[in-house]
Design a protein around this ligand. Structure first.
Ligand code: THU
Length: 137
């Protein structure tokens, strides 16, 4: 179980990161935060591209920041998203991000979908992505 103080800090970090969303094509601004094994909360925003396909979602930006700083274990993910300058709406991670969360989290990793620090829903990765693909190592 993830405690309320961490949830609060993660949502706060995701809300702040959302301010940096680079979304000139969709105008959908997303902020995310991950709670990494070292106790640090890494945040990220979506970064779009004129080629569309090169767009990076906020969740992956945050996860890749954590991993590139040496943290390969993610304990929780938070997402805050919605049209730019509007109140966020409950948004669940896209399929690619679910697969990336599965790479660095586990089936019980909580995914916090927040519209504010007071209003959020928590769902596990297992519910979002049952029967995940993993290479046998
Ligand atoms: N997006 C995210 O950053 N995270 C999600 O979970 C869903 C989608 C971004 C990608 C793109 O910049 C915009 O939202 C619209 O799809």
């Amino acid at each position: 179980m993830i405690d309320d103080i961490i949830i609060n800090r993660m949502i706060e970090a995701a809300i702040l990161a959302r301010e940096n969303a680079y979304a000139p094509y969709s105008s959908f601004a997303v902020g995310a935060a991950v709670y990494a094994e070292n106790g640090i909360i890494y945040s990220g925003c979506n970064i779009e591209n004129s080629s569309y396909g090169a767009t990076n979602c906020a969740e992956r930006t945050a996860i890749y920041k954590a991993v590139s700083e040496g943290n390969r274990k993610i304990h929780a993910v938070a997402v805050v998203a919605g049209m730019k300058s509007e109140k966020p709406v409950y948004t669940s991670p896209c399929g690619i991000c679910r697969q990336v969360i599965s790479e660095f989290g586990d089936e019980d990793t909580p995914v916090i979908m927040a519209v504010s620090k007071e209003e959020y829903r928590i769902i596990t990765l297992k519910e979002l992505l049952p029967d995940t693909f993993k290479l046998d190592k």
